[in-house]
Ligand binder design. Structure first.
Ligand code: G3H
Ligand code: 13P
Ligand code: ZN
Length: 330
């Protein structure tokens, strides 16, 4: 058993309270490997932003749980070495069982998500409560989820959004004791969040997706004032990255994300954690494709992963400064 406090990590309690008061959101960036972790730390140190380092169960399988945990411990030290000790949360993204959440807590995670959204309401409450009871013994914070995002969440595929029902949130929070709540208001996972036929074209011919359901968000805030809200599926799918990938041999079709101005607006509310993974994947892929097609003789991974890391860093600095508003808040 390792306690996250001994690793220099923090739970999400204090940073969420500050984010709600300050009208910004904390970035929750996923990582699976060293270059992603370096880019995230470099970006958040440079932007002086608090950070949630996010690990999915897929990432845990891909990279090995022990390695990831030591990398997170290393991340805290790396930030100090870069000259600024930002608060770092190590968070399990989309935990689906009590056993997985327990294992992460025992391994030094400071925060876990138990995603019971695929279950019935009653089963979601029971499972979330079970995780909260265990997590709170160790001062680990817990994120629950109500409502189902359209798209793919690990192995669960939902054809349509099931928006969070505002009338459920107070009961859910009270019965489970969760510290934050992920809601469904129109975001979804991956790079294909909307079909072109769902969008309208603006004066510059750019496809604009339907707006997020801010009415549902407001209703939720009314029922649980000041309670930390989380937005998953919040990549914006920058079109310059999609274009570059496709121009260099990629085949991404109809990739459309959440407009940045909508995320900025959400971050001013009780939304205090915004999850971004796909945009980072796009940035790295664009950079790798550009290098390999410009220099076909390259075979040293540092020659393409180095530029990919730099592109990722710039993207994350932009997110902190211009989208989430978390820059300068660490
Ligand atoms: O919500 C899902 C995250 O983007 C993690 O994706 O399960 O492929 O690691 P993953
Ligand atoms: P994106 O696929 O929009 O980046 O969402 C990531 C996410 O919600 C991770 O939990
Ligand atoms: Zn998610």
């Amino acid at each position: 058993m390792v306690n996250y406090k001994d690793l220099g990590l923090v739970n999400s309690k204090e940073i969420f309270a500050k984010a709600i008061d300050g009208g910004y959101a904390i970035p929750a960036f996923n990582f699976n490997n060293m270059e992603q972790m370096q880019a995230i730390i470099q970006a958040c140190v440079e932007a002086k932003s608090p950070l949630i380092l996010q690990v999915s169960s897929g990432a845990r399988k891909y990279a090995n749980q022990t390695l990831l945990r030591y990398m997170a411990q290393g991340a805290v030290e790396y930030a100090k070495e870069l000259g600024y000790a930002i608060p770092v949360v190590l968070h399990l993204d989309h935990g689906d069982t009590f056993e997985l959440c327990k294992s992460c807590i025992d391994y030094g995670f400071s925060s876990v998500m138990i995603d019971g959204s695929a279950h019935t309401y009653e089963d979601n409450v029971a499972l979330t409560r079970q995780v909260v009871e265990y997590a709170h013994k160790y001062d680990v914070t817990v994120e629950g989820e109500l409502g189902v995002l359209a798209g793919i969440e690990d192995d669960v595929v939902a054809a349509q959004h099931v928006y969070t029902r505002p009338e459920d949130v107070e009961d859910f929070v009270k019965k489970t004791g969760v510290d934050s709540l992920a809601i469904s208001i129109g975001t979804s996972h991956g790079a294909n969040k909307f079909k072109p036929e769902q969008c309208t074209r603006n004066s510059e011919g750019i496809l604009v997706p339907p707006p997020l359901r801010f009415d549902i968000l407001k209703e939720i805030e009314k029922r649980i004032p000041g309670f930390p809200i989380v937005l998953h599926g919040s990549s914006s799918v920058p079109q310059d990255l999609v274009k570059s990938i496709n121009e260099h041999g990629g085949a991404l079709k109809d990739a459309i994300g959440i407009p940045e101005d909508q995320l900025r607006e959400a971050a001013k509310s009780a939304v205090c954690k915004i999850n971004i993974d796909s945009d980072g994947r796009l940035a790295m892929t664009a950079a790798v494709r550009e290098v390999l097609s410009a220099e076909p003789s390259v075979f040293d991974p540092r020659k393409y992963l180095g530029p990919a890391r730099e592109r990722l860093k710039q993207l994350y600095i932009h997110k902190c400064q211009n989208v989430l508003g978390s820059a300068g808040k660490a």
